[in-house]
Ligand binder design. Sequence first.
Ligand SMILES: Nc1ncnc2c1ncn2[C@@H]1O[C@H](COP(=O)(O)OP(=O)(O)OP(=O)(O)O)[C@@H](O)[C@H]1O
Ligand SMILES: [Mg+2]
Length: 447
Amino acid sequence: MYNILVIDDDEIYLKSIQNLLEYKNFKVTTCENPLNVLKLLKENSFQCVMLDVRMPGKDGLDVLDQIKKHDPQIPVIMVSGQSTISIAVEALQKDAYDFIEKPVNADRLLVTLKNALEKYTLQTSQSALISQIQEQYQIVGESKAIKSILQQIQKIAPTSAKVLIRGATGTGKELVARALHNLSDRSGRPYLKINCAAIPENLLESELFGHVKGAFTGAFEDKTGVFEAANGGTLFLDEIGELDQRFQAKLLQVLQDGSFSPVGSTKEIQVDVRIIAATNQNLENMIDEKRFRSDLYHRLNVVEIFIPALDKRKDDIPDLANYFLSIYTKTYNKKITHFSEQALLYLSKQSFKGNIRELKHLIEKVIIFCESSIIELGDVKKAFESEPVSGYEPFSFESLKDELLKHEKEYIEMTLKIANGRKSKAAEILNINRSALFKKIRKFGIE
Ligand SMILES: Nc1ncnc2c1ncn2[C@@H]1O[C@H](COP(=O)(O)OP(=O)(O)OP(=O)(O)O)[C@@H](O)[C@H]1O
Ligand SMILES: [Mg+2]
């Protein structure tokens, strides 16, 4: 039920509007004193406001300003006894939805109200959808690596350059592909994804390029391929390393001249599609072994974005864990507020072979089982114990001293983060004294 706020100093008028609107199944809140408007707005959710222009104590146009400051989208219908053109113009300039005169004609009011509410619900559902999408595709993390990736995305997204995204499984390749599309001027156009490994070879060609009726047994009608369906938008080719040789040649051809023919047709279709490809394979090795065409590789790899494994940017773990906490508490409707310091510290020391996907699933599991408002060390450990082992792997083969120093630095950075930059707290967790911590911060050049 829509909730309408009606503001006027005339009690009799308020009563008559209330009767009319309630009869039409609206919920009505009346307000005689304009000084109470802000409080009412804060405590309720209205979908439309009817506002008198002239009231003792406060000018209706000022109240309009207040309302718009509170919620720029809410429609405000101005109502006036002695309106002048100049006031009406000013109200509309201040983004009032409409201006109607007293005595109010019931039909006119109901039509205006209906239109205003339609517009408002459309706007708000759109902005809810947009923020939902933004949340769904948010790239979380403040490590150097993530910051640099975000910068690259900003720069590359607006161009139509082909991008090759690389990184191990679960590092966020698809998330980056999405961001590239969402931040480009193609964002209003389709984003389509095809997983080259998941589609059987005999269907891939028709999936990519479409087919005409009768092209092969089972082709009962024409089918549009993803290349055509993504026209004007972005096509994400996932697991490009799995593409077999024959397809590599076909794809190369499309990339070279931007046109193709559906299976069973001689018609050339010209498209404008931005290609983003991703792989977790070592394409260079595959080229050496003649398993991947180097000409295709160079076509696809105009710009490369590399996403390092989570083990190389463990300082992102607390942020990611908190982010997934906020998501899954909503999903599972749990009243969990935060991780204990030890729980977060423990998480940050683990190795995640499945990268962010693994961390995400683990947090989901922790949240499902957690019964209190804080996630304690024990909750996290328990979830780990029931998890397939994800062992420790050295990053690269360096001298023991270098390896240990690297760990020491990362560990200190992470602890500082968890302690919100409070050095005495960090020193306490690390069980060293403050001056020793200061020395190390200087030694490692930690910001
Ligand atoms: N930086 C990040 N911030 C928030 N969520 C992330 C981040 N990176 C990855 N994720 C989440 O982790 C999961 C795995 O990410 P994604 O599917 O993009 O990985 P991928 O690199 O495509 O993996 P694969 O190679 O296995 O297909 C997704 O649910 C994604 O939303
Ligand atoms: Mg993927």
